[in-house]
Design a protein around this ligand. Structure first.
Ligand SMILES: NC(=O)C1=CN([C@@H]2O[C@H](COP(=O)(O)OP(=O)(O)OC[C@H]3O[C@@H](n4cnc5c(N)ncnc54)[C@H](OP(=O)(O)O)[C@@H]3O)[C@@H](O)[C@H]2O)C=CC1
Ligand SMILES: O=C(O)CCC(=O)C(=O)O
Length: 485
């Protein structure tokens, strides 16, 4: 089945599209025009969740007994299905969460590439032979799946994030229960349809939609879930970590960021401006890797600020399906209100709002907000400390590069960071001293490559890494084998 705009999306349990036992649904709205309903999603209960987890448990043994190559083949088929439906799924994403259509297409293509990458992983080695002290014994490691993995995902990357968790979970032999963000559950259902079209056996992947406090909490508490992988807010992440720890389940958390870009005195300013805009304002600043603190050496502060302002003023805000739009709306009313409240907070704490930060004229029924640029920001202000998750850039002036790195590290988060400089020594100090899981030189803070490990330091993650070959560490357990005749 292919869902049409405005249709009701069911849960996917044991290979079948199934309405919730509650009989209740919630609308998913278009943030560019909340009068448009993208679809209705199931407001599920614990009973639906229990059925889905039962199905995933039943499917587990047969799935783990397939060869990695056979599981990989099914992922290749899911990739082909997603590729065939790329435009349709990207359009649903734009309508459901607001990012521009080109960005949504890019994300969907990334989903295809992730599926193909992990399909290939089904053929790669999973262990090592380790010399035993007993010369007559063979000792080696192998890996086994966790069992049933609960996948709890956010709304900001509704295709890429579910896929970068589901694909490795499946190829390493786990079965999956997906609980997508309610904001983007219609898009998620279309991704699940691609797995269905690929012919995955019933129960191997299941999806239940509903409130985080009901279905998400149910996943935390359910003994049948052996591992939970999560991306989202720090508050929810901590709840998941504590709940999983309490009952001995494995967990992996990717959470917030307050990512800096450092613009050194010798930087290529045009490059730095373009990267600050792209890293900070693409997807309306709603990326955990988005640039939000712009730390600039005083020698180039004024020219950098001028160039940045000139470019930001040119950015057109509007419906992501309009080809002339550069930046779409916030994904929801609550995101829009959060951004507006941080703009107020920045002003009241004494920073200077140079541009934007208001609801633009003619916003109609959309959750639009102009990109905002703040000057005279001090490191202890809320806009320099807390994750805003919106299009707000805070300019911070520093004298030296040492002060820049110290300021960049003065945060509870440690996800990504970038520097613009031509000096190899400055690059190396930054690479060594920056407390972040992703450090980028002469490139924007956002932009994750699917074949490389991704994750944060400090409060940004559970110190695990996802994507690339790092994914095997979470989705499997190592078994050390000792064999003697
Ligand atoms: N690191 C990142 O990439 C992201 C960070 N965020 C940050 O979080 C803020 C709030 O966004 P929000 O969408 O509320 O983030 P949440 O962390 O609440 O949502 C992420 C996922 O967790 C689910 N969830 C919510 N409550 C619970 C719970 N008690 N137990 C288990 N799962 C739960 C959500 O379900 P449901 O959608 O049904 O509530 C969703 O699927 C943003 O402003 C931003 O700062 C948000 C998204 C992504
Ligand atoms: O920057 C990216 O491509 C990924 C960002 C991300 O993982 C997130 O926002 O959750």
């Amino acid at each position: 089945m292919a869902f049409q705009a405005g249709e009701t999306v069911f849960n996917y349990i044991n290979g079948e599209w199934t309405p919730s036992v509650t009989g209740q649904t919630d609308p998913s709205l278009n943030p560019s025009d909340k009068s448009q309903i993208v679809g209705y999603i199931q407001r599920s209960s614990k009973e639906d969740l229990n059925r889905a987890i039962d199905a995933a448990q039943q499917a587990q043994l047969a799935w783990r007994k397939l060869s990695g190559a056979a599981r990989g083949d099914l992922l290749y088929k899911a990739a082909n299905a997603l590729e065939r439906r790329l435009d349709e799924i990207a359009e649903t994403m734009t309508r459901e969460m607001g990012k521009t259509f080109p960005e949504a297409k890019g994300e969907t293509a990334r989903g295809v590439a992730i599926l193909r990458y992990y399909a290939g992983e089904g053929m790669r080695k999973v262990g090592d032979v380790i010399p035993s002290t007993d010369s007559e014994a063979l000792m080696f490691t192998t890996r086994v799946p966790l069992g049933v993995v609960g996948v709890i995902t956010p709304w900001n990357f509704p295709v890429a994030i579910p896929i970068w968790k589901i694909a490795p979970a499946l190829v390493y032999g786990n079965t999956v229960l997906l609980k997508p963000a309610s904001e983007t559950a219609v898009t998620a259902a279309k991704v699940v349809e691609c797995f269905h079209e690929a012919g995955l056996p019933a129960g191997v992947i299941n999806m239940v939609t509903g409130k985080g406090s009901e279905i998400g909490q149910g996943i935390i508490d359910h003994k049948g879930i052996n591992g939970i992988t999560f991306t989202g807010s720090n508050e929810t992440g901590k709840r998941i970590g504590m709940g999983a720890l309490a009952r001995g389940a494995k967990y992996q958390l990717e959470m917030g960021g307050k990512n800096p870009v450092i613009v050194a005195a010798d930087a290529d300013l045009d490059l730095a401006v373009e990267a600050t805009i792209s890293g900070g304002l693409r997807s309306t600043g709603q990326k955990c890797t988005a640039t939000s603190r712009v730390i600039v050496q005083s020698a180039v502060y004024k020219p950098f600020k001028q160039k940045l302002l000139e470019r930001v003023k040119q950015l057109k805000v509007g419906d992501g399906m309009d080809p002339s739009t550069w930046m779409g709306p916030c994904a929801s009313e609550s995101q829009q209100q959060t951004v507006l409240s941080y703009v107020e907070k920045g002003i009241s704490e004494g920073a200077t709002l140079l541009y934007g930060g208001k609801v633009p004229d003619g916003a109609g029924d959309g959750y639009f907000v102009e990109p905002a640029v703040f000057d005279n920001v001090k490191p202890d202000m809320a806009i320099a400390k807390e994750e805003i998750f919106g299009p707000v850039l805070a300019l911070i002036k520093v004298e030296t590069l040492e002060e820049a790195v110290r300021t960049a590290n003065d945060t509870e988060f440690g996800l990504s960071a970038s520097i613009f400089t031509r000096n190899i020594g400055s690059m190396l100090s930054f690479i060594n001293d920056m407390e972040a899981g992703l450090v980028r030189v002469n490139a924007e803070s956002a932009g994750v490559e699917l074949q490389a490990p991704f994750g944060g330091m400090k409060q940004s993650s559970s110190h695990s890494r996802e994507q690339g070959q790092a994914a095997i560490e979470f989705f499997t357990s190592i078994k050390t084998v000792f064999v003697k005749q």
